[in-house]
Design a protein around this ligand. Structure first.
Ligand code: SF4
Length: 81
């Protein structure tokens, strides 16, 4: 039986899935609302090791973490970042 990893980001799934949800979503937002890449990666490293991450979604708030972590105003509901 194949074990499905529940602690993955969408970019760890198919490129098509990632492009549709994350890349298109982020490209529709104003540039000035987005963090720099190093900050979003720092946040996502924390999400990767969090028990609330389930297939790119935070089970605490229901958001796609790759979008939330890229927003300057984005916050972790558990204040991990
Ligand atoms: S946003 Fe916070 S609670 Fe949600 S998966 Fe990331 S670290 Fe965990």
């Amino acid at each position: 039986m194949t074990k499905i990893c529940t602690r993955c980001l969408l970019k760890d799934f198919s490129q098509e899935q990632y492009e549709v949800i994350i890349v298109n979503g982020l490209s529709s937002l104003p540039e000035e609302d987005l963090t720099d890449k190093s900050e979003s990666e720092r946040r996502l490293d924390i999400c990767r090791h969090c028990g609330k991450l389930n297939q790119g979604t935070c089970m605490a708030c229901g958001c796609f973490v790759e979008i939330r972590a890229s927003l300057k105003k984005g916050r972790c509901p558990y204040e991990k970042w």
